[in-house]
Design a protein around this ligand. Structure first.
Ligand SMILES: NC(=O)c1ccc[n+]([C@@H]2O[C@H](COP(=O)([O-])OP(=O)(O)OC[C@H]3O[C@@H](n4cnc5c(N)ncnc54)[C@H](O)[C@@H]3O)[C@@H](O)[C@H]2O)c1
Length: 335
C-alpha cells in the first residue's frame, strides 16, 4: 500500500519496545505516524525520545490511554491504518495486578475495535502473542494449535484476540491479528530474558540471576517482527483480513543454552544463580514455544532476515553503550 500524503497511520504502544521500532519503520516506508503515548505527568515519550529528529518530524505524538474510548477515537480519526500494540505485557506483574491487564488488553482492544468500526478505518492490525498457546502440545505451533492461557497476561491477550475475531465476524471490521513469538532487540525491557542477561553482563556482573533455565522459546529479532507487522498491515485485504498469523523463526533454544550463547558472544564466562522470586508457578510456566510461520510466509512472502546470533550482536552493542545501559536498572528484578 503506498503511503499517502494526507492520511497518517496510527500506532498504539508507540513509545514501547516493538512500537518504537515499528514507528521508525513506518516513517522509513514514507508514512506519517500518529503515535499514542500513554499519558504520564512527566511528559515522557518513552523510547520515541531517542529517535532521530528527522524521524520524529513525521511523527505526531498524542498522549492518551487505550482504556479511554474518547482518547482512542481521537487517535484513529482520519487514519488509513491502525497498528494496535498497546498492552500490559509482563507475566509476573499480571499475577499481581490482573484487573489492570483486563482493562488494558481486553477493554483497551474493545475501544480500538469500536473506533475502527465506527470510523470505517480500512485496516486494523491487532497484536496477539504466542503466550496464548501455552506449552506446545504439538510442534511447530501453527495457528490451529489450541489456545491454553496459563497466565492472566495470556488470558487477557486471548480475550482481545477473541474480540477482534468477533468484530470481524459480526461487523466486518477489517482486522488482521499478528501473533508474534518472543521478540528481542535494543530497547526491550529488562523484564525479558535476553536484556536481563545482556544487561547484567554489560553492568559488570559475572553471576547472572535468572528463573527457570529449562523452557524453550523461539526468538525473533525485533526488525523481523516489525517486518511482519508491515507485511500484514499492507498486504491486499483478501489475503489477510479476518485472519491470524504467527510470526517466528521456527527455531527453539532453551533459556540455559541462550545464556551460554550470550556468554560466548560477550566473550565472558557466566555463572547462573537461580532466584526463587523469578520462578513462576509450575502450571503457569510455558515450557515450550516454537513457531510455524508458514501461513504468514504463504500470504505475504515474509521471512525472518536475521539469525539469533546477528540479533544478539545488535542487542549486545546497544546495551554496551553506557548511555543506553544508564536508562535501565540492571541490579534489580524488573517485573
Ligand atoms: N516483546 C515480545 O516478546 C512480544 C511477543 C509477542 C507479543 N508482544 C506484544 O507486542 C506488543 C508490544 O509489546 P512490547 O514488547 O513492545 O512491550 P512494551 O511494554 O515495551 O510496549 C507496550 C506499550 O503499551 C503502552 N501501554 C500500556 N498500557 C497502555 C494504556 N492503557 N494506554 C496506552 N498505552 C499503553 C506502554 O506504555 C508501552 O509503550 C504488546 O501487545 C505485546 O503483548 C510482545
Amino acid at each position: 500500500m503506498p503511503a499517502t500524503a494526507s492520511a497518517p497511520v496510527a500506532v498504539t504502544g508507540a513509545e514501547g519496545f516493538i512500537g518504537s521500532h515499528l514507528v521508525e519503520a513506518l516513517v522509513a516506508a514514507g508514512h506519517r505516524v500518529r503515535a499514542m503515548v500513554q499519558y504520564n505527568s512527566f511528559s515522557s515519550y518513552g523510547w520515541l525520545e531517542t529517535l532521530p529528529g528527522e524521524v520524529m518530524n513525521d511523527v505526531e505524538v498524542v498522549l492518551g490511554d487505550v482504556r479511554d474510548p474518547g482518547s482512542v477515537h481521537g487517535l484513529v480519526t482520519g487514519t488509513e491504518a491502525v497498528y494496535h500494540l498497546a498492552a500490559l505485557i509482563a507475566i509476573p506483574y499480571s499475577y499481581r495486578a490482573p484487573h489492570s491487564y483486563v482493562e488494558t488488553n481486553v477493554t483497551g482492544t474493545l475501544n480500538v475495535l469500536e473506533a475502527v468500526r465506527h470510523l470505517g478505518i480500512p485496516r486494523l492490525v491487532h497484536t496477539s502473542t504466542s503466550e496464548t498457546y501455552g506449552t506446545a502440545q504439538t510442534v511447530p505451533i501453527s495457528e490451529d494449535h489450541p489456545i491454553n492461557t496459563q497466565s492472566p497476561y495470556a488470558a487477557s491477550k486471548a480475550g482481545g484476540d477473541r474480540l477482534a475475531d468477533s468484530y470481524h465476524a459480526s461487523f466486518d471490521v477489517p482486522v488482521v491479528t499478528l501473533r508474534p513469538f518472543n521478540t528481542f532487540g535494543p530497547r526491550q525491557s529488562m523484564r525479558a530474558v535476553i536484556p536481563t542477561v545482556i544487561g547484567q553482563v554489560a553492568a559488570g556482573e559475572r553471576t547472572i540471576t535468572l528463573g527457570d533455565l529449562r523452557p524453550t522459546r523461539d526468538f525473533s529479532y525485533v526488525k523481523d517482527t516489525v517486518a511482519a507487522f508491515l507485511a500484514v498491515g499492507t498486504a491486499p485485504a483478501a489475503d489477510v483480513v479476518g485472519r491470524t498469523f504467527n510470526s517466528g523463526t521456527g527455531e527453539e533454544i532453551s533459556v540455559g543454552d541462550l545464556v551460554s550463547l550470550i556468554g560466548k558472544i560477550m566473550d565472558t564466562e557466566l555463572e547462573v544463580r537461580a532466584d526463587q522470586e523469578r520462578i513462576r508457578p509450575a502450571a503457569s510456566e510455558v515450557m515450550r514455544l516454537v513457531c510455524d510461520a508458514g501461513r504468514l510466509r504463504a500470504a505475504t512472502g515474509w521471512a525472518p532476515a536475521h539469525t539469533l546470533e546477528q540479533g544478539l550482536a545488535q542487542t549486545v552493542a546497544f546495551f554496551r553503550d553506557p548511555l543506553n545501559l544508564g536508562r535501565y536498572k540492571a541490579g534489580i528484578y524488573n517485573v
